[in-house]
Write a protein that binds this ligand. Structure first.
Ligand code: DGY
Length: 321
């Protein structure tokens, strides 16, 4: 039987499925495997089942001579040296689609949190600051009927917009690399072809674009300076915003509060001003993290491995140009 290495011991159902096809080696330690450990465990493996923070380096790819597939339980695959994989004719699988609604729910949760100062007021309660009935330090803003700006209209942002429009009657505008006329017609979204115009008149701004050289720090000093009391949500990738400039914008009132499910780096420095800022809510890259979706992503990653083994098309293959 061919061997595969699963880099965490979280995926009972997926491992059970994989055991019908492979000898499955599961990483069982609390720490995540280091580069050398991955090399040791994947020496004669046909496939790897990886998580988003396993760095699959050139050294790993070159040392795993039997390797045919790296199946990443994530949509993103920045953790994999894709050029080395391509040179070694190793396929890469990922898990898009199944996480869309779950991530949209989470984004909605972050927006509501910022709107009504949920985490901000909870921090105060934890410090013992609830002495009398006094809402005034924590008065938030409505979501209903407010202006939401979206950067990057992929599947998650579309699902999020649906919630915002149908559930909260928000006025939603977006900028995206590709204009999506169908969704504009279906949902009444407005397309704005200039990011600076989009962000200068919104109450809430949610970032959904993938990280590319063009979207690196797509929100930088210039953009922050145009904002007025914006509540900023980032569930895409940390480097899409300049975090130092975010702190300045919080001080100046350009940004009222921020909810970051992604940071640069991840995890962030616990002693940093960003982590300790009372108006910044940071969650540990949890957008897709419902029990149901966690499992669906694992099963999809398992199926990608099985399909390559059976010479079938993967459920989702990353095509490397
Ligand atoms: C993804 O799927 O790319 C997430 O950001 C990590 O789970």
């Amino acid at each position: 039987m061919k061997k595969i290495f699963v880099t965490r011991n979280w995926h009972v159902e997926a491992v059970k499925l994989l055991e019908n096809y492979f000898e499955v080696i599961v990483w069982n330690k609390k720490s995540i495997p280091t580069e050398d450990e991955i090399i040791e465990y994947s020496k004669d493996c046909f496939g790897l089942f990886t998580e988003f923070d396993d760095k699959i380096t050139q050294k790993i790819v070159n040392s795993s001579t039997q390797l045919k597939i790296i199946s990443n339980r994530a949509v993103g695959y920045e953790n994999i040296d894709i050029n080395s994989a391509k040179l070694n004719k190793i396929k890469i699988g990922n898990t898009p689609g199944v996480l869309v609604e779950t991530c949209a729910d989470f984004t909605m949760g972050l927006m509501l949190d910022l709107a009504r100062n949920i985490t901000y007021s909870n921090r105060a309660v934890l410090k013992g600051d609830w002495k009398t009935f006094n809402q005034t330090p924590y008065l938030g803003t409505d979501v209903y009927n407010k202006k939401l700006a979206i950067i990057g209209l992929g599947q998650i942002a579309t699902a999020f917009s649906r919630r915002a429009i149908h559930g909260f009657q928000m006025d939603v505008s977006y900028w995206s690399r590709n204009r999506k006329i169908d969704f504009e017609n279906e949902l009444g979204l407005k397309y704005i072809d200039n990011i600076n115009d989009l962000i200068s008149s919104c109450d809430y701004l949610s970032i959904h674009c993938s990280l590319t050289p063009e979207t690196y720090r797509i929100i930088d000093k210039e953009q922050f300076m145009l904002m007025k009391n914006v509540k900023l949500i980032n569930t895409s990738r940390g480097p899409t915003i300049n975090q130092d400039e975010l702190l300045v914008a919080l001080k100046n009132g350009n940004v009222e509060s921020a909810a970051l499910d992604v940071t640069d780096p991840e995890p962030p420095d616990y002693n940093s001003e960003l982590v300790n800022h009372p108006k910044v809510v940071i969650t540990p890259h949890l957008g897709s993290g419902s029990r149901e979706t966690f499992n669906k992503m694992a099963l999809m990653a398992a199926q990608n491995l099985i399909n390559v083994h059976e010479n079938h098309e993967m459920v989702s293959e990353v095509i490397i140009d």
